[in-house]
Design a protein around this ligand. Structure first.
Ligand SMILES: Cc1cc2nc3c(=O)[nH]c(=O)nc-3n(C[C@H](O)[C@H](O)[C@H](O)COP(=O)(O)OP(=O)(O)OC[C@H]3O[C@@H](n4cnc5c(N)ncnc54)[C@H](O)[C@@H]3O)c2cc1C
Length: 323
């Protein structure tokens, strides 16, 4: 039986939500096409994730445990995934489109001779490969792509599918792995001190734009984010003027986010920004210009001065939460 193999990314002792979304969609595709669903997880203690992967319907789980996977490094991840691809011989290899998989997908395609479809918004397994929709030109249009061959590799944008459980009993294999002697060695990971919640995986994002003029405005954003337990994002305008760190930038040249709830505060809605947040489920826009393009995609809109609206909004949310 041919197989779909899903690479599961982990971070801080948890499976990334985006990986579970891909696994859920691949489970449906495997059922539809009478294929086997396999998952591979690389981590310092990969076996710890096997139970959760069974909950999401993986029939075969390959766990590769090694301290080298404590932090993402392209070379050992590529080496381990090649080893598992050789073992499973899947027709389709799928993973979430994350910063970590961007280079890995290309490297795997080059080494296996497979066809790569990176950063797709959705995909279907076909008789001879994969058919997918890819957002192009800053997600202004969707392009229809097909790839055929013995192996097709796909990475999927976060928020494209829901992560849904469908428990099964999996055949779990612990795979022995010896990292090659890599030239690059990871000495230290320096993370941004302000990142209380991981932006790419957050379920609520409070994002600031050029309407935030100063430290006072930044504090209003931080207060709202803290009240909601949200991650803080930003448009490029306020990253370039130094109010927010580059790690907070959302958009074409920043991060792609797909939260349940996205606040666009003082953000006009340029395509380069919306390219990174259009998969958000509910969008709340606050802007003093009623004609700002962001309102065209917002689920809820508040027209007014953010400096007046935010203190009231945060206070009301605080009250509602403590009631
Ligand atoms: C190649 C390229 C890549 C890019 N990549 C990105 C990217 O990854 N991410 C990104 O964000 N941008 C990116 N940009 C920049 C993008 O084109 C826009 O310039 C940027 O997104 C605008 O940010 P903004 O909405 O915060 O600012 P503006 O467009 O200036 O909008 C500010 C908004 O705030 C509102 N406002 C002002 N004061 C208040 C107030 N007191 N109360 C309420 N509302 C108020 C205004 O009405 C306005 O709508 C890129 C551009 C290029 C050319």
């Amino acid at each position: 039986m041919s197989a779909i193999l899903v690479y599961i990314s982990t971070t801080g002792g948890k499976i990334k939500r985006s990986s579970l979304e891909v696994l859920s969609h691949c489970r449906d595709q495997a059922t539809k096409n009478n294929m086997e669903l396999a998952a591979v997880v690389l981590d310092n203690d990969a076996a710890a994730f096997a139970d959760q992967l069974q909950q999401y319907g993986a029939r075969k789980v390959y766990t590769v445990s090694n301290p080298i996977f404590k932090s993402h490094l392209n070379a050992p991840v590529t080496q381990a995934l090649l080893q598992i691809i050789e073992q499973v011989n899947p027709r389709v290899f799928a993973c979430a489109s994350t910063e970590g998989t961007k280079d890995v997908l290309g490297a795997l395609a080059a080494k296996t001779g497979g066809a790569a479809l990176p950063d797709v918004a959705n995909f279907e397994v076909t008789a001879d490969g994969v058919s997918a929709l890819r957002p192009v030109m800053a997600a202004k249009i969707l392009s229809q792509n097909t790839a055929s061959g013995e192996l097709v590799l796909v990475s999927v944008r976060s928020g494209s599918y829901d992560a849904t459980e469908s428990p099964t009993v999996a055949d779990v294999t612990d795979v022995a792995f010896t990292p090659a002697d890599f030239a690059a060695v990871l000495r230290e990971v320096i993370s941004s001190t302000g990142d209380k919640v991981d932006l790419s995986e957050a379920t609520v994002v409070v994002a600031a734009g050029r309407g935030i003029k100063d430290e006072e405005g930044k504090k209003l954003i931080d207060d709202l984010a803290e009240t909601l337990g949200a991650a803080v994002g930003a448009s490029r305008a306020v990253v370039e003027n130094g109010l927010f760190p580059a790690t907070a930038q959302i958009g074409q040249t920043g991060k792609v986010v797909s939260p349940e709830l996205y606040f666009a505060i003082g953000i006009s809605g340029a395509v380069q920004h919306t390219a990174g947040m259009s998969n958000s489920k509910v969008i709340v826009a606050i802007n003093k210009d009623g004609d700002a393009p962001i309102f065209q995609m917002a689920s809820y809109g508040l027209v007014g001065d953010l400096y007046k609206i935010l203190p009231l909004l945060t206070e009301e949310i605080r009250k509602a939460k403590s009631a």
